[in-house]
Design a protein around this ligand. Structure first.
Ligand SMILES: Cc1cc2nc3c(=O)[nH]c(=O)nc-3n(C[C@H](O)[C@H](O)[C@H](O)COP(=O)(O)OP(=O)(O)OC[C@H]3O[C@@H](n4cnc5c(N)ncnc54)[C@H](O)[C@@H]3O)c2cc1C
Length: 412
């Protein structure tokens, strides 16, 4: 066998579509692309209408590592690729791109068809259990080489192997962390994994009393030293245990990683991202002049959801206070509560609810130009098994497709 691909998800299938020689895809579940079918609530947010640099920025610390893969397969090329496979896509006003049919299954089926059309065999129900590492090319000092894969159905020899076994999130959909174990056992550095794109649990109990309330124009930021720029703006959703919505999800990977070393992570929430504390204060002064007899929480509920307005007034010590009677320090505290409220994250939702995995095969193990392993010849890695995780909005699938393509073309 020339090329073995471990994992029949978007990264592995795309690698099979672009492999110059027919590939054998090993998929441990009974059908390929189970997770892909569940993406975007079954609609599949395939990519984001941005250029390669814009996509890279959504990955923060790894933007430089991703650049070659994304430059070679930016969103426009990705959409053209799917168009050629019969899947038209459409960008929504926020930039998220979905298939026109709104069906993730169409994306998955098109990929499977294209991989097969390129000569790939997709063998389901086969689990890779070990990467077989040989002694290099027999030349003294040459790096060791992958010679095959051990599976639950015996040993398969191969000239090159692409590891695309995904991360650890939603294990029922296939990726249960076995890709990390395979890489580690073969001697690669694998950074510890933590759930990402997951809801946050807060130390404070009050968010739970607002469960189900959505604040359209909210925002959340990390509040540690040097964190002033770690701010995400967007709809904030209160849940029974804390916060969700894009800003919370986008910060969750970083928070989960910090929680490995610390019991809580300080945050600041804003409930009208465009408005600063002094602007809130100016508004309260105007209310004082114009509506002095009215209760603050009633006035505030014209700006924010009523239950949130009541809660924030309570937190600021202005539960039933008429605006004219509120002391300046109470108004200042309320302005801070609206624009800069301290919270503490103490956990994130578990692997069963986290959409992606932070951590994985360390990027320094891979050549970004080819995604081939520097220390293990014949092996390349693609998709979520690599220590790369991006924001909500189609970015993670963009990486899966772009890295799968690059590894398929050149890997190993
Ligand atoms: C509910 C949900 C919704 C999401 N929605 C979006 C979205 O709309 N847009 C977006 O960009 N991202 C989304 N994501 C993230 C995105 O799905 C992943 O980043 C992407 O699927 C990663 O692709 P992958 O091919 O690397 O891994 P996976 O999709 O996890 O595929 C890996 C495959 O490898 C197989 N496998 C694992 N171990 C082995 C083994 N040892 N032997 C053989 N096979 C193995 C697995 O069964 C699996 O099929 C979502 C994730 C979830 C969970």
């Amino acid at each position: 066998m020339d090329t073995l691909i471990i994992g029949g998800g978007p990264a592995g299938l795309t690698a099979a579509c672009f492999s110059p020689r027919p590939a054998l895809v090993l998929e441990r579940l009974g059908t390929p692309a189970r997770k892909l079918m569940a993406t975007g609530g079954g609609r599949c947010n395939v990519t984001h209408a941005a250029d390669a640099a814009g996509i890279g920025a959504a990955f923060g610390r790894h933007a430089r590592f991703l650049a070659p893969a994304l430059r070679a397969f930016p969103p426009d090329a990705l959409r053209a690729f799917f168009r050629n496979l019969g899947v038209e896509t459409l960008a929504e006003p926020d930039g998220c791109v979905f298939p026109v049919s709104q069906k993730a299954a169409d994306v998955a089926q098109a990929l499977v068809r294209a991989a097969r059309a390129n000569g790939a065999e997709i063998r389901c129900g086969v689990r890779a259990t070990r990467l077989i590492v040989g002694n290099g090319d027999g030349v003294k000092g040459s790096p060791p080489r992958i010679t095959g894969v051990e599976t639950n159905h015996g040993i398969l020899r191969a000239n090159r192997v692409i590891l695309a076994a995904g991360g650890r999130s939603y294990p029922d959909l296939g990726s249960d962390g076995s890709g990390f174990a395979l890489a580690k056992a073969a001697g690669l550095d694998v950074t510890p994994s933590a759930p990402a794109l997951a809801g946050l649990f807060t130390q404070e109990a009050w968010p739970g009393t607002l469960a189900g309330i959505l604040v359209e124009n909210g925002g959340l930021r990390l509040d540690g030293p040097g964190d002033s720029k770690r701010f995400f703006h967007g709809p904030l959703l209160f849940t029974h245990k804390g916060l969700s919505g894009p800003p919370a999800l986008d910060l969750s990977g970083e928070i989960a990683a910090r929680l490995l070393d610390s019991p809580s992570v300080p945050l600041r929430a804003t409930f009208l991202a465009s408005r600063q504390p002094q602007e809130w204060l100016a508004l309260f002064e105007e209310w004082r002049r114009q509506h002095g007899g009215r209760a603050l929480h009633n006035l505030l509920s014209g700006e924010l959801p009523r239950s949130l307005a009541t809660t924030l007034c309570g937190l600021a010590g202005a539960a039933d206070t008429a605006v004219a009677r509120a002391k300046r320090d109470v108004l200042t505290a309320l302005a801070e509560a609206c624009a800069n409220l301290p919270l503490h994250a103490t956990g994130t939702e578990s692997w069963n609810r986290a959409m992606v995995t932070r951590g994985g095969v360390a990027t320094h193990e891979l050549d970004p130009a080819t995604l081939a392993c520097r220390r293990l010849r014949g092996l390349a890695c693609a998709g979520e098994v690599v220590d790369v995780d991006g924001r909500c909005g189609g970015y993670n699938l963009t990486w899966a497709f772009a890295s799968g393509r690059l590894a398929g073309l050149s890997g190993g």
